[in-house]
Design a protein around this ligand. Structure first.
Ligand code: FES
Length: 273
């Protein structure tokens, strides 16, 4: 059993939980994920590790309420226990030998982009972060980002906070201004990752995206998380979740991910708690 040490509501639909899991806290690297189960009736849910504290033995997860399990998880309190919390799973992000990077997060994807920015910054890399949101009321992790990057740019689609526009506009501006990035990391909605990759492709900038297909076992056995990258089938849970953004078949991923959307909406309305 895994104890919830802290719970924080980051915005109306996004929650952070710090969970006591000392083994994972010691071993986890940026880009890896855990699979949790709330109780014996619960589904297995993969979540990327947002942060770790090896001293305290805690692992932070940040999630958006989209279906029954995330709804139930959001209702858990400090001192409650999760039945399973397995990890670290997946391959750690391979940053390579780089000097200047731009880390881009979209919406709740910023929870996954944050550990990459932190790891790069701690490696001595010059890090720009572009954090994009729909509007001011859903901005998360602003203070945390400030600690782990050289420059932070916040964009909102409606202009209610930071700069008005999309992360792709800001990235193009930064490239046009002469920023020579060795690496761009983009994590967020699939269309965002697709269009960031389209921006970087003509400049040949190495671009990593973190894919979030449907996962079941998380160990490469079920095939549920298969994605097509460079014309080859890959399993995101063991070959990823990070992949070359210029090689991913985003349209296929979008189609597969929308399969259960109606069921999620139904579950959210009829949550069993
Ligand atoms: Fe089953 Fe990846 S989740 S193969």
């Amino acid at each position: 059993m895994y104890k919830i040490l802290r719970r924080k509501q980051l915005n109306d639909t996004v929650v952070r939980l710090d969970v006591e899991a000392p083994f994972i806290a010691k071993k986890a690297k940026a880009g890896q994920f855990i699979i949790l189960r709330i109780d014996e009736r619960g589904e297995r849910m993969p979540l990327t590790i947002a942060d770790t504290n090896a001293e305290e033995g805690s692992v932070s997860i940040i999630f958006q309420i989209v279906g029954q399990t995330t709804m139930l998880l959001s209702q858990m309190k400090e001192g409650d226990f999760l039945l399973d919390f397995v990890g670290p799973l997946g391959a750690a992000t391979e940053f390579g030998d780089i000097k200047k990077a731009c880390v881009i997060g979209g919406g709740v994807g910023n929870a996954i982009a944050y550990p990459s920015a932190k790891a790069l910054f701690n490696m001595g890399v010059d890090v720009d972060v572009i954090a994009g949101f729909r509007s001011k009321d859903i901005v998360i992790l602003e203070d945390e980002y400030k600690e782990v990057c050289n420059r932070l740019f916040i964009t909102t689609d409606d202009g209610t906070y930071g700069e008005k526009g999309f992360v792709t506009n800001k990235l193009q501006d930064l490239i046009d201004a002469g920023n020579n990035y060795d690496l761009v990391i983009a994590i967020g909605p699939i269309p965002m990752m697709k269009f960031v990759s389209k921006v970087t492709e003509p400049y040949n900038i190495k671009t990593l995206v973190s894919l979030n297909p449907i996962m079941i076992d998380g160990t490469g056995m079920c095939g549920g998380c298969r994605v097509t990258v460079g014309g080859e089938i890959k399993f995101a849970c063991v070959d990823g979740p990070d992949f070359d953004g210029h090689q991913v078949d985003y349209d296929e991923l979008m189609k597969r991910n929308s399969t259960y959307r109606e069921f999620e909406a139904h579950d959210r309305e009829n949550c069993r708690m």
